[in-house]
Design a protein around this ligand. Structure first.
Ligand code: HEM
Length: 130
């Protein structure tokens, strides 16, 4: 083992590591992407129910009325909105917009706030509040 490898600091206690906000938002981007991918079968099934026939549309309505399904859909709504906002942020950084540390921190905060606010607005619609 080389001297450099031996001296490398090792701090892999994931609970104790204090991530900067941008790192936290970045991990959520990965989590939301994987979550959406894993939930694709559910979404495709719901799409199929919505398009199949009048009867399957009625079935869709009763499936979506289930509180557990509503909760999953609320989670998916947040996942999409966070992933979308964060994806735009990453693409902007890829073209050198908002690369500076302070700007990157502000944009990470904005992504977290905007995605949560949009989830609240659209989530209330999902829960039938308006
Ligand atoms: C329509 C809006 C979307 C945008 C703008 C977007 C954008 C991005 C970008 C820019 C990345 C690369 C991130 C990086 O370089 O670290 C990415 C990764 C990824 N996306 Fe999306 N995406 C979108 C929708 C989706 C959807 C609908 C899914 C799943 C069904 C998805 C799943 C993933 C996954 C699994 C990754 C890899 C995450 C990682 O390795 O950290 N994305 N997305």
């Amino acid at each position: 083992m080389s001297e450099i490898t031996k001296q490398r600091p090792k701090f892999l206690n994931l609970v104790a590591i204090r991530l900067p906000l941008a790192g936290f938002a970045s991990i959520l981007h990965r989590v939301s992407g994987i979550g959406m991918f894993l939930m694709l079968p559910l979404l495709i099934w719901l799409l199929q129910l919505s398009l199949g026939s009048a009867e399957s549309f009625e079935a869709l309505k009763s499936v979506v009325a289930n509180p557990l399904v509503k909760l999953i859909l609320l989670g998916l709504l947040w996942a999409f909105l966070h992933h979308f906002c964060m994806g735009i942020r990453i693409l902007l950084i890829d073209v050198q917009i908002g690369v500076e540390k302070e700007q990157a921190c502000t944009s990470a905060k904005a992504v977290l706030a905007v995605s949560l606010a949009l989830t609240a607005v659209l989530g209330l619609k999902l829960l039938g509040a308006y």
